[in-house]
Design a protein around this ligand. Structure first.
Ligand code: AMP
Ligand code: GLY
Length: 424
């Protein structure tokens, strides 16, 4: 069998989960990561190249003659890394910049949904903060949702409960440029209610192959309190995602989105992320991502039974229709362990103990922000680790994940204690 060397771009928990899965493929040759982290380094050679260093990544892929590159994070996708690699004749898994704009610009995503009748919250777009405030005064309906147009580390959306909060959000995004150019335009959106869930899907631009559903936990503290983070934990599957709902999402959201992108000349190949709210009127799109979510990848990938490399090949070659992707029917829970003070201000460089003791049968310790220092694994980011466990149901998976978490120690460690428990 011909083995394929693979370069994975990125260096967080999501990339560790991707690399772990790829390492299980009988066709997987040597693995590389750019830049990787201390956990990834056990499975792949880590290259000192940033994920957004497009020239550096293309040069490394050429020098190492890898058979395939997997671009995982949002920034290099938006910057056109996939286009650059493909232009250099390198086989690549991930959407082009034009297709990834579905995540990179909320204005584009909302416009696409409006044009093709895909259910989402009603909205208006503004380039001028005064006009946005005037509109909010005219509609006078709270809460109201205000979002920066571009990428904002998952922190670009504000739910304003009253006029003062709405004005603050608009000023911070548009005048103070809290997210830079991402705030040149804002989307002012209707507030939706209902359970929220995510479905990730592989697509070759025509066929959509959904993965098991998942739910993220974005707020930093138990009970969904405190500021938004990149995600403090995830579960799969979502108890709200019934087979009837899955069928409806496929018909009303997944297929129409992929067809719409193709019709616009932006054929999407890779992983697409549908974040949805299940409202009284049915499922509506909250946002799209053009990639695996993090930590969602850390619960979905351990449940995938099919070889990830086979799926990547089918998506790249437009042959997903021919591939039946198999899923474990068990549940998965991932608890993220973060640095004290995250997501605001935190210190790094603290030694981590208990990593080997925590891992076990169907318990994985994915590294998010870690580094190696003097032969020791130390903290190196806001989110440090994702401890994932499988179980026959969410309760069992959560109990096993928390048993793993209890064995891991580092100074200031904090994590939510309600992931997979008290589900709403
Ligand atoms: P986003 O950055 O678009 O993922 O939004 C962050 C969070 O804000 C989402 O996970 C939702 O919980 C919430 N949110 C976003 N849009 C809406 C909306 N239209 N109505 C209610 N909540 C929303
Ligand atoms: N967990 C949300 C994201 O990856 O965007």
């Amino acid at each position: 069998m011909k083995k394929i060397d693979i370069l994975v771009v990125g260096g967080g928990g999501r990339e560790h989960a991707i690399i772990k899965k790829l390492s299980e493929s009988p066709r997987c040759g040597k693995l590389y990561a750019a830049p990787g982290n201390a956990g990834i380094a056990k499975l792949a050679e880590c290259l000192p190249v940033a994920a957004t260093d497009l020239d550096g990544i293309v040069a490394a892929a050429q020098e190492l003659s890898v058979g395939c590159v997997f671009v995982a994070p949002d920034d290099p996708l938006a910057l056109g890394l996939v286009d650059r690699l493909q232009a250099a004749g390198i086989r690549t898994f991930g959407p082009t910049a034009a297709a990834a704009e579905i995540e990179g610009s909320k204005v584009f995503a909302k416009g696409l949904m409006k044009k093709y009748g895909i259910p989402t919250a009603a909205y208006e777009v503004f380039c001028d903060p005064d006009l946005a405030i005037e509109y909010i005064d005219r509609t006078d309906k709270y809460p109201v949702v205000i979002k920066a147009d571009g990428l904002a580390l998952g922190k670009g959306a504000s739910i304003a409960q009253n006029r003062a909060e709405a004005v603050d959000a608009i000023n911070s995004i548009m005048r103070e440029k809290a997210f830079g150019r991402s705030g040149d335009r804002v989307v002012v959106e209707e507030y939706l209610t209902g359970p929220e869930l995510t479905v990730l899907a592989f697509t070759d631009g025509e066929t959509v192959s959904p993965m098991v559903s998942a739910q993220d936990h974005k707020r930093v503290f138990d009970g969904d309190r405190g500021p938004n983070t990149g995600g403090m934990g995830a579960i799969a599957p979502s108890p709200h995602y019934t087979p009837e709902l899955a069928e409806r999402c496929m018909r009303e959201i997944f297929m129409p989105t992929i067809a719409a992108l193709a019709a616009e000349g932006r054929v999407f190949r890779g992983v697409i992320y549908f974040q949805m709210m299940i409202t009284a009127d049915g499922p509506k799109v909250i946002e799209y991502n053009a990639r695996f979510g993090d930590p969602e990848a850390q619960v979905v990938l351990p449940l995938m039974k099919t070889d990830l490399l086979d799926v990547m090949d089918a998506a790249i070659d437009g042959k997903l229709r021919e591939l039946q992707i198999e899923w474990d029917s068990r549940a998965a829970v991932c608890v993220c362990m973060a640095s004290g003070g995250y997501p605001v201000k935190y210190e790094k460089g603290f030694p981590i103990t208990g990593l080997d003791e925590a891992a076990g049968d169907d318990i994985f310790v994915y590294h998010a922000g870690t580094a190696e220092k003097d032969g020791q694994t130390v903290t190196a980011g806001g989110r440090v680790l994702g401890v994932t466990a499988l179980g026959n149901n969410l309760e069992e998976a959560a109990a096993r994940a928390y048993a793993g978490v209890a064995k891991i120690k580092f100074k200031g460690a904090h994590y939510r204690t309600d992931i997979g428990r008290n589900l709403k």
